[in-house]
Every structure is written in C-alpha cells, then in structure tokens.
Design a protein around this ligand. Structure first.
Ligand SMILES: NC(=O)c1ccc[n+]([C@@H]2O[C@H](COP(=O)([O-])OP(=O)(O)OC[C@H]3O[C@@H](n4cnc5c(N)ncnc54)[C@H](O)[C@@H]3O)[C@@H](O)[C@H]2O)c1
Length: 177
C-alpha cells in the first residue's frame, strides 16, 4: 500500500508550495488536496500536477464532516493549511475564522481520531498566537496572547492540553504537531 497524504488548504500560498515539495521529494506518495477554493485558493497553483499519477484534487470544506469522512480515511499523514487568514479580514468577519480555523480543524481531528491508518496530524498555525513580540522570537511553550479574531481562532489549535487538539491526539496516542 502506498503512502497517502491529505493536504487541506493545498491550493493556498504555503499549502501549494508544500504540495509541490512533497510531489518533488516523495514521488511515490499519493497526494490528496482538499480545498474550498475561497478567494485565497487558486487551483492554478497546482496546475502542473493535474493529471499526474497519485495526485487528486477535491473541492470541499474542512468543516463539512461528510467530505472529510470521504477523503481522510486511508491517509497516513494529514497536514492542515486550510484557514481563513489575515488579521485585517478577521476584524471584519470573525465568524468565518471561527467556522474554518476552529470548527473546521475540529472536524478534521474528529475524523483523524477515528482513523486506523493515520500516523501524523500536523496543524499549521501562526506566530500571531503569541501576540506582539517586541524583541527576538517566541518559543512554542510561551503563553498564548492572541489579540484579534485571526490569532484567537487559530490559538485554539495551539492551546494547552485541556483542549481538543492535544486531547484528541492523547486519546489516540498519536503524534500531533
Ligand atoms: N502566509 C504566511 O506568511 C503565514 C505565516 C505564518 C503562518 N501561516 C499559517 O499557514 C496557514 C496557511 O497560510 P496561507 O498563507 O497559505 O493561507 P492562504 O490564505 O493563502 O490559503 C488558505 C487556503 O485554505 C483554503 N481554505 C479556506 N477555508 C477553507 C475551508 N473551510 N475548507 C477547505 N479549504 C479552505 C483556501 O481556499 C486557501 O487555498 C494558515 O494557518 C496561516 O495562519 C501563514
């Protein structure tokens, strides 16, 4: 059985670069991209992979349990780049950030918890969760100090082990970054 990775938000800025990296460095892997194609997602970012063996693209929402239940089983790796992004946008539409960055990540984790094949779930976040850093850089163990809906909604996935991400991975004893 070949290795399969699910890349959510794979048509976005960082996600599409990651998909190309995997395609280049792991040519024997199957890559499944799940992306809603919001204003930020561009299928053209992945145009060169269309039709290549082992690559497939699904247009859908990570907050839709039926779609996630269709694409996640059978994957050994999940990397979640799907997110509403940018501080300014979050100030005008916080609801969209809560729906995707919190609830969407939760839907993925719930399906991940049921999977028998999954080895690693990587949740991509942002250094915005540590608030304003005047000097130097943050450590992963620093206190979370989100100051806007974008960093607050994505903080949920970086929060201490009383919340769903670490709790889900603990229950399954699987690595979760
Ligand atoms: N760009 C940066 O400089 C930067 C820096 C630090 C962290 N990050 C983090 O990296 C991640 C990706 O950032 P990016 O810059 O590539 O974002 P982006 O806005 O370019 O891409 C986000 C992708 O997610 C997709 N998407 C949005 N909602 C979705 C949903 N409900 N279901 C499925 N797909 C959905 C969009 O269509 C798009 O393709 C985010 O978590 C972001 O916080 C980005």
């Amino acid at each position: 059985m070949s290795t399969r990775v699910l890349v959510t938000g794979g048509a976005g800025f960082i996600g599409s670069n990651f998909v190309h990296h995997v395609a280049r460095t792991r040519p024997d892997w199957e890559i499944v991209v799940l992306d809603k194609l919001t204003y930020a997602g561009r299928r053209e970012n992945l145009a060169d992979l269309e039709g290549q063996r082992g690559y497939s693209f699904v247009q859908g929402d990570i907050a839709d349990p039926a779609v996630v239940a269709r694409v996640l089983p059978g994957c050994q790796y999940v990397v979640n780049f799907a997110a509403e992004t940018h501080v300014d946008r979050s100030l005008y539409d916080a609801g969209g950030f809560i729906q995707t960055d919190m609830y969407g990540a939760f839907v993925l984790l719930e399906e991940a918890r049921r999977s028998r094949e999954l080895k690693v779930f990587v949740q991509i976040s942002t250094d915005e969760v540590y608030g304003s850093v005047e000097k130097g850089s943050s450590r992963e163990t620093d206190a979370l100090m989100p100051r806007n809906p974008y960093s607050a909604s994505t903080s949920w996935s970086r929060a201490p082990p009383t919340t769903t991400v670490p709790a889900s991975s603990r229950r399954r004893s699987s690595p979760c970054s």
